[in-house]
Design a binder for this molecule. Structure first.
Ligand SMILES: C[N+](C)(C)CCCC[C@H](N)C(=O)O
Ligand SMILES: O=C(O)CCC(=O)C(=O)O
Ligand SMILES: [Fe+2]
Length: 448
């Protein structure tokens, strides 16, 4: 026998029912990085302490009961399968998340409501859980009716955020590396056929990419078309002034050292864009000569070291602008991209736990026209310290790209470089926008 109890509070007219009920399936959840959730979650814990005291007065709890009550603009849910004592749902949040056809278009997955109306959400006239404990029903003060699946509430609200994070961390976790303990063979490598024909192949590649910031597809035909097929399996080709799927040799075709044969120390590309490309793809189609090995450096691992060794330098590089620049007067190009060297997720503390992006290309660094005069010297000190870490050869992975091997590099985290070379070296590749790649990772269940 399972009991759904509703505890009356204030003016609300409530319905209680003693009913038979199937067990609500075990619920787990997890959340990505939702800055918007920070405030309500904090507020939730304050309210929780308050309500904990009241609960023992007002509610007779049983192991199988779903209990509801109102408390200061919140609907408080006690759910036997939820690993929280009291789940505080803001009434404004609930009304905002009504999924009825007037509020939400379930075929386009778009909202139809006006958020300005949420400031006047009053106590509901009525609220109830259905007999199986799976659906919450609310009749609002203006007569509007909403129904919520309990599972949906757990999986989509700030209430289950911490548990969603835990579930997320079981799917994959960022693994920081350096060249002392990691080699190129440790990067995830997926064979072209399984990558192109199975979702499991895509999932394996994406998991490796998210974990290490780089992953490899082997057995690819050494052509731009096959390289494009790899790109389009996990994202979209991002067009830039270098083209869509670009090819390059040491022919100086663009005003950039990439089109030469000198050594390039590790850097991220596109520091001159307002948003640098999220992913860099390389495929060496042919090389007849010596040298030209690719180097990779885990920028986030180096930032962790910087944060430990010199927190002031880390803080400065997270705050002050450092512009990148790309100029080619023959094409009337003058790109300038501004932004700090270190960027964090919106709304999060600026520490290595919430790293979003490293922007680092000393070759493309523009004239420094902004910044506090008093901080100029400190900036050079901090940028120099970071450069020492990032260009420490012990951090590098080295690999010789060969025809057939396509590498995807997280250009917001992992730096790439190349050794100088002789002979004819024919490369191709593409940039991809981060949003497209993360969308694909979500489609194979790696981001929730
Ligand atoms: C297109 N391709 C990758 C070959 C060259 C890109 C130019 C590299 C430039 N210095 C940067 O760091 O963005
Ligand atoms: O030649 C290479 O392997 C890479 C050069 C480079 O840094 C680039 O194209 O972005
Ligand atoms: Fe580059």
């Amino acid at each position: 026998m399972l009991v759904v109890r509703v505890v009356p509070v204030g003016r609300a007219r409530l319905v209680g029912a003693a009913v038979r009920r199937r067990l609500v399936p075990a619920l787990t959840g997890s959340a990505p990085t939702a800055s918007i959730l920070t405030t309500p979650a904090r507020c939730n814990s304050q309210l929780a302490a308050d309500a904990h005291r009241r609960r023992h007065k007002n509610v007779i709890t049983g192991p199988d009961a779903v209990a509801l009550r109102l408390h200061r603009g919140h609907l408080v849910v006690q759910h036997p399968r939820w690993p929280v004592d009291d789940a505080f749902f803001s009434l404004a949040w609930l009304r905002d998340h009504c999924r009825c056809r007037h509020c939400y278009d379930n075929s386009t997955f778009q909202r139809k409501t006006d958020v300005r109306q949420l400031s006047s959400v009053g106590n509901p006239l009525h609220f109830n859980v259905n007999s199986t404990g799976t659906v919450l029903e609310i009749i609002w003060h203006d007569g509007h009716q909403s129904e919520y699946s309990m599972r949906w509430l757990w999986e989509n609200s700030y209430v289950g955020a911490r548990h969603r994070e835990q579930r997320q961390s079981r799917l994959w976790q960022r693994c920081l590396w350096d060249g002392r303990r990691t080699s190129a063979e440790d990067l995830t490598s997926v064979v072209y056929d399984s990558f192109m024909t199975t979702e499991e192949g895509v999932r394996r590649l994406m998991k490796g990419f998210l974990t290490h910031g780089a992953a490899v597809v082997t057995g690819v035909a050494p052509t731009p078309a096959a390289t494009q097929a790899v790109v389009e399996r996990v994202g979209v080709v991002q067009h830039t002034m270098f083209g869509g799927v670009w090819e390059f040799t040491a022919d100086g075709r663009h005003a950039d050292t990439a089109y030469g044969r000198d050594e390039l120390l590790p850097h991220t590309d596109g520091t001159y864009y307002s948003e640098p490309p999220g992913v860099q793809v390389f495929h060496c189609l042919a090389h007849h000569g010596h040298g030209g090995e690719t180097t990779l450096v885990d920028g986030f691992a180096a930032l962790n070291s910087l944060h430990q060794a010199d927190p002031a330098a880390y803080e400065l590089l997270s705050r002050v602008p450092c512009a990148g620049e790309y100029r080619d007067p023959s094409r009337r190009l003058h790109m300038v991209g501004d932004g700090p060297v270190i960027a964090h997720r919106a709304g999060a503390e600026p520490t290595p736990d919430s790293l979003l992006r490293l922007r680092f290309n000393p070759y493309d660094r523009a004239a420094a026209r902004r910044g506090e005069p008093a901080e100029v010297e400190a900036f050079y000190g901090a940028y120099g310290r970071l450069t020492e870490l990032l260009w420490d050869a012990r951090r590098r992975l080295r690999l010789k790209l060969r025809p057939g091997t396509v590498i995807l590099i997280d250009n917001w985290r992992v730096l790439h470089g190349r050794a100088s070379f002789t002979g004819r070296r024919h490369m191709c590749g593409a940039y991809m926008a981060r949003s497209d790649v993360l969308s694909r990772a979500r489609s194979v269940g790696l981001l929730i």
